[in-house]
Design a protein around this ligand. Structure first.
Ligand code: PMP
Length: 454
């Protein structure tokens, strides 16, 4: 029997009619030329089945932080599989790779975040955080503390609970877990802060959170979950000081703060974790995935404080939570090799320079008529296109301006991610200055092309 996979465009597209793509218009995908078949990758680039070499402007999916085809990670995975292909971390079992990774993550995570629950995706890491916190409060005799505060614009994943925590805009027409999650205001000054200074807008956000807490009753609220920078909701950066003040507010009401660092960790903003080093706050739980293995293996982590860990592990309490592949040896080995590579190559430190160049270059595109706002930080950026720059009038979603710019960019050798009127860039973190400049040039040309065609 042959193990060869057909990589011809026609062959893949025929087989692909059986595959359900994620976050896609499944009907539109039936059209010819709607799908791009990626067959290879190296460094900051991928190759499609037509032989085109493209800059991977979305880093796989905000995850290939160390760049593609890094032999250090690939050989660590192979070596691990040759030693111990699989064993679980259920019951009393453990294995060297998962144990070493947990220790390393405890060392990298800020403050007293020293206990690590490993799983397979960011969604599950967030679900795990909530299950652990509910259990924690049950054990403290505070079983009414179940509600979750999230925010409009949030993305926390696609499992039933994670999607309920995600912005409602992402589940239109779908059912979701009802009653547990309350969404606070979108922390987007440019769109929501008209007539106010940024500091005034921050006060409004805090006041919104405080009244929600008072109305729901702090005795009913378990936690607040927030991305340091909202990613899939459109790369939204909250006003300066937001996270520190929200964390003070949460502490005052005994509400735990979960920082969803699925995107913002492992170098994307120039540090292993952004909460403390970039935003100056100490969460009670950090969740991470994506850049943890640079995408080479599916892996996520829920990193909890000593205080929470102590409560859930005393008096013979059972931890009724587990996924078969939690702490998979190959995934754990990939993460360890990825972290070692990042430390050796000083990737987070480099990002403070190269990521800043990327950010500044993209900010330069703000002079274009079509570009209403350029936002984000380092290698996590978004461009919002507007119909009328002065009035910030949005295009109708049906005009698909983000999609048009993305298509124009792909023709020129760059993959970027459209999201309605927004274009998201979250490339590999190893891009050279030349690749960064090329990306900017392609974006400028592509935006001008679309601008001219509207
Ligand atoms: N949290 C954030 C901030 C994310 O961006 C994502 C994925 N884009 C998730 C959680 C969910 O992670 P996964 O897709 O690995 O389940």
């Amino acid at each position: 029997m042959s193990h060869a996979i057909d990589i011809s465009t026609d062959g893949v597209l025929t087989s692909d009619t059986h595959l359900i793509q994620s976050f896609a218009n499944l009907n539109a995908l039936k059209q010819e030329d709607a799908r791009t078949v990626i067959v290879g990758a190296e460094g900051a680039h991928v190759t499609d089945s037509e032989g085109n070499r493209l800059i991977d402007g979305i880093g796989g999916l905000w995850c290939v932080n160390a760049g593609h085809k890094r032999q250090e990670i690939i050989s660590a995975i192979t070596e691990q599989l040759n030693t111990l292909d699989f064993y679980s971390t259920f019951y009393n079992f453990t294995h060297p790779a998962a144990a070493a990774l947990a220790r390393k993550l405890a060392e990298l995570a800020p403050g007293n975040l020293n206990a690590v629950y490993l799983s397979n995706s960011g969604s599950v890491a967030n679900d795990s955080a909530i299950r652990i916190l509910h259990h924690y409060y049950n054990r403290l005799g505070q079983s009414s503390k179940k509600l979750i505060l999230s925010r409009h614009g949030a993305y926390h994943g696609s499992t039933f609970l994670a999607m309920a925590m995600t912005t409602p805009a992402y589940s239109e027409g779908w059912s979701k877990a009802e009653g547990l999650v309350h969404h606070l205001r979108l922390p987007h000054y440019w769109r929501e802060g008209e007539g106010m200074s940024e500091a005034e807008f921050l006060d409004v956000l805090l006041e919104d959170a405080r009244t929600r807490i008072e109305n729901l009753g702090a005795e009913n609220i378990a936690c607040f979950i927030a991305e340091p920078i909202q990613g899939a909701g459109g790369v939204i950066v909250a006003p300066e000081g937001y996270h520190a003040r929200m964390s003070e507010l949460c502490r005052r009401y005994d509400i735990k703060y979960i920082a969803d660092e699925v995107v913002t960790s492992f170098g994307r903003l120039g540090h292993f974790f952004a909460s403390k080093d970039v935003f100056g706050m100490q969460p009670d739980i950090i969740t991470t995935a994506k850049g943890l293995t640079s995408g080479y293996q599916p892996l996520a982590a829920t990193i909890i404080s000593d205080e929470i860990h102590e409560v859930i592990s005393e008096d013979g309490a059972m931890f009724f939570h587990g996924m078969t592949y939690s702490g998979h040896p190959a995934a754990s080995a990939a993460a360890l090799a990825n972290i070692a590579l990042m430390e050796n190559d000083k990737i987070p430190e480099r990002v403070r320079t190269t990521g800043k160049r990327f950010e500044n270059n993209l900010r330069g595109l703000g002079d274009l008529e079509l570009v209403g706002e350029v936002r984000g930080s380092h290698f996590m950026m978004g461009l919002e296109f507007v119909k009328d720059k002065e009035k910030r009038t949005p295009f109708a979603v049906t005009e698909q301006v983000g999609q048009k710019v993305a298509q124009a960019a792909q023709k020129r050798g760059l993959i970027a991610r459209p999201l309605g009127n927004i274009l998201i860039l979250s490339p590999t973190l190893i891009m050279t200055e030349a690749e960064i400049d090329e990306t900017t040039d392609i974006l400028r040309e592509s935006i001008c092309e679309v601008q001219g065609s509207l």
